[in-house]
Design a binder for this molecule. Structure first.
Ligand code: SAM
Length: 201
């Protein structure tokens, strides 16, 4: 499996906007998702752990799923995760996991997954009834968010109505979208990021 984030991993946390974006998404998740000390939290496309780090004290266990070993290496080095961490480095759509989780969070990773229908299906399978998801990603864009030729990008953002239908199809309810952050590129072009929250029926 090609690691498209190998070169980016070491500098990821210092990249302009990475921490600010994660902080804005984290704040919105805290407002909309309930956690307890027995919760098992999965961070899909966890990367270096920028999104899941603030949730460590709130949950029992973090399962960090990412196909990039280089990104997971950065996450594993963060002492706060030590006692609560399980890392999974594989494509969970084609090679499903055999665990149950209470909450799935994700930031900016779904657009790297070819089969999003299959991915949402896997989230539904892993969550118990009442389980919650909080997924952040780009709204539909014209393809200019990534530099031309960037590998491993399968979607130019997402249409909210299409994503909502997909979630309904896989048995999610209480589906809500809000804009939680806006990224701006060097040309001043804006790219809104939504947070989608829902619960498994
Ligand atoms: C843009 S980064 C976001 C990282 C982190 N969530 C954040 O917000 O800082 C996307 C991450 O998704 C991971 N990724 C891409 N395709 C994946 C897949 N099929 N399964 C799991 N992770 C994947 C990449 O390796 C990368 O770490």
């Amino acid at each position: 499996m090609t690691d498209h984030f190998k070169e980016k991993a070491q500098e990821w946390d210092q990249k302009e906007g990475s921490k600010e974006r994660a902080a804005a998404i984290t704040k919105a998740i805290k407002e909309r998702i309930s956690f307890d000390s027995d919760s098992i939290l999965m961070d899909f496309g966890a990367g270096t752990g920028l999104l899941s780090k603030p949730f460590v004290p709130k949950v029992k266990k973090i399962i960090a799923v990412d196909t990039s070993e280089a990104m997971l290496d950065q996450l594993r080095e963060k002492p706060i995760f030590q006692d609560k961490l399980e890392t999974v480095s594989r494509n969970i759509v084609t090679d499903p996991l055999d665990v149950k989780v209470d909450i799935v969070i994700s930031s900016m990773s779904m657009h790297h997954v070819k089969n999003v229908d299959g991915l949402i299906g896997q989230f539904a399978r892993l969550l118990a009834s009442g389980g919650q998801i909080a997924l952040a990603d780009l709204d539909k864009e014209d393809g200019s968010f990534h530099d031309e030729g960037t590998e491993g990008v399968h979607h130019h953002g997402f249409d909210r109505a299409e994503l909502q239908s997909l979630l309904e199809k896989h048995g999610f309810k209480d589906i809500k979208f809000t804009t939680v952050y806006t990224m701006t590129n060097d040309d001043g072009k804006e790219f809104p990021i939504f947070l989608l929250t829902a619960a498994k029926k």
